[in-house]
Ligand binder design. Sequence first.
Ligand code: CA
Length: 680
Amino acid sequence: MKRFGTIFLSIVLAILISVSCVAPINNTTGEQKPNQNKPILSKPSNLIVFGQLKEGEYTEGKVLVGYEDRSAAMKVVELLKGTVAVDLPQIKMISIRFNGTVKEAYEKIKSANISGIKYVEPSYKRELIKPLPVDDTITKSIGAVKTTSLRGEEEFSHALWGLEAIGAPQVWSQLTGRYVTVAVVDSGVDGTHPDLAGQVIGGYRPSNNSILPPNFDSSFGGAHGTHVAGTIAARRDGKGIVGVAPDAKIMPIVIFENFDPETGDYDYVGDDEVAEGIIWAVEHGANVMNHSWGGWGYSHTLKLAFDYALDHGVIMVVSAGNDHSDQHFHYPSNYPGVIQVAAAEYHGGQYRTVWFSNRSDAITVAAPGVNILSTVPGPNSIGYEGWSVTSSANNGTYDYYQGTSMAAPHVTGVIALLLEKYPNAKPWQIRRLIQQAAIDIDEAGFDHSSGYGLINVANASVKPLPSSGGLSFDVVVTDAYEEWLIPTVFVRLKRLNGVGGDYYAKTDSNGVAHFSNIDAGQYQLILGGPDSWERRRTSEGVSRGLWAINWRMEEERQIEEIINLTSDSTKTYNFSSEFKLKLNTELTIDASVIIYNIIEQSLSEIAYTTSEIDLSHHSGLFLIGVTIGQPATETITIEATVTLNGHKISVSGKIGSGATSTILSDSWGPDAWWTVFGSN
Ligand code: CA
């Protein structure tokens, strides 16, 4: 019977080589007796998760490669005849620049069957959350700004309504952000601005691996980052403005630079470079980071960099965006563990969330985000973009901006103040503290506009640091036998009995979805997936999309459970499946059913029968075929039914005249494997 297997194997190989997903077998695996009890799969090392490609949303000529084994990643560099752009052993990622498209690179990597690669993804495009124009000339006339009862000793204190709104001046006798380092991950900062003199420490420009000296003008990406930096930590010297935390230090991390006249925008340096910048900041003492930028596309690299920061106790503040939409797939704002900030205004005698601010259940708090006066680069600066106010005391240039980009630095500044008091606070403790101290605005209680309300540091500074209510949680998804760690499973934590956002992450190639520094509480946990092949039918047939680990919706599993999270924990969930084959064609000749495991590259053989065959004990990716004892004298058509998780799927195959085997396939074709998880 050995030759049946060998012939079947050669057909399988021909198919697999033609679809370029698994490379030739190194050692010929002979037939195996079907094993009805034991799982036949171990952790597959040649499964690679490929990031989704949507036209126009990523950069060509670069891929980001997550690895288990560094030498495997270097093989990809060779394969693409590329060069290493960014090398981050901390999160086991290298990015590769090469000539060609990302789709071409995906195909080459699939063909090469390299073990030890976790994921390959494009560098998605992201944008600064741009300030909205402040056109009101009355607002711009500095004497005429009317908001709350304003006070203070700084030259422009009467315009700094945001500081009043969050209670910052009330705490300055105690807390000013001493010894706290704030990374401004943005367009760079003009450290030569007179109101930022002495406030800007060394930073990093990942695109050219340059360390930026203190007090340096790094506004390579325009004025945005300088405005953000001023709100956080402009000098308290009587001149110009003052920041929320005037003794905190600003560490610029430049992730937007080089104005492109074609797009009218500064370029985003890429998720790989941003990850490098974030990790540099963590390793050089950043305590909190401000992120007033974002975009679409779930990046494993960016998620790993955010987790790296959060797991090192660095607090990540992210602006919600200015699209007035309720959105959940914008990153980094929707990674778990961050603090997401909406923009508030003072209107008709009260505070409220401003119309343009994005809504979502993941909003943590609101902070002042309209008519925010702050520092902007002057005419001699790289990042000069104009100004509307100059200081007669220091000749510095200032402008009014508005947007959630301006709200986030108010929160970041508050956190710098609180970190002076609680230097070892974990990210979730600080988040809980600012939630508990927020002033309720908009709808009573938690709402999707302002989260817990308007942040208030005067309240927060007198409250104890919460000692419970946060944790880190890992979800591990495996097959029925805990041998196959399943990637690309969607994990959602839907909050019950309480307020706040849902959390969402995908399992990585180790089958783990990591939720760093999330809120404790009761959740409905929903596991779904794994991702199916992105596929569509065209006039030429089925067009192959992106490679993922299953083809058909019937192969996706779902687990739902109510869980109560109280402390750091890890929980393992097992997918299982029903997988049965009923051959409907009677054969009078000697024949066998072959089950080919494309991960282990091994065969099992079962005697041909028209009784239903239960294959539910199998776990992994499989093809099913039939072989006959001697070459067919005429074409034999074999009809069968696969029952997969309750769905009956018709399959068939033809053994041509002179041939001895066929693969049984459904309408997705003979290269579409079955993804199954075993059954106990
Ligand atoms: Ca000042």
